[in-house]
Design a protein. Sequence first.
Length: 292
Amino acid sequence: MAKPRELKRRIRSVQSTRKITKTMELVATSKLKRAQDRVFAARPYAAALAEVIGDLYSPALAERFPLLRQPGAHGARKVALVLVTANRGLAGAFNANLIREARHRLDALEREGAAVDLHIIGRKGVGFFRHTRRAIASQRTDVGENPKAAQASEIVGPLVQAFEAGGLDAVEVVHAQFKSALSTPPTVLRILPVTPPETGGGKREQADYILRPSAEAILERLLPLYVENQMFRALVETAAAFYGSQRTAMKNATDNAGDLLNLLNRTYNRARQAQITQELAEIVGGAEALQG
């Protein structure tokens, strides 16, 4: 059994750790609320953009827009894969799951014969692929957990230009999907080419639009905006998912620290009682020796 002094030192250490994890849990909870608000605000706008594009889409118009150009019969030969991770850790397996999903997607694309350019957002992803010596086409670590629409535009702009010029056949994003604070699975989203709307066996009733100047002119403006919005959604959902994962990880760490403290306190009390009993026995034994 450990000595009481050593147990006391361990108890103080665990108490300090629990204070830190509890504080981080509270901070993550506060930031999660704001991140959730950004996610919920971005979703209706994205849905409205998709609805308008679906109403305007027609096979005749699709032939005029490079962003709607689908891969040929042999599939995508040149793909840009964008991985979105966090800049920080202490969020359980959050970053590891995203990196694992990106590696699986890289392997799958290369098995299909595609050449893949890897673009990474976030320090954790950059650090991992630098360690594995994987070539990185571009990297950014300045986005943080409060992404802006302008940053999404800066990230996706060069990829859109390369796609329009024929240098890319597809652009995919690996990011965390925010379902709830407890459910943040990694997912792969193809943002280019823009996928034609699903008809489900028959085109739904279209809204009665008055189009000015024309459907073609409107699509010309909406398609790049839609791609940028898809990238922005990937960023804000990953940010919210990070805070959800961090809150869960810190809560688990705080609970585990509490359980460990209970065990250490019981062990300390038993050790202290044993020490006191031994000291009393020594005193009694000494007193009897002096009397004898």
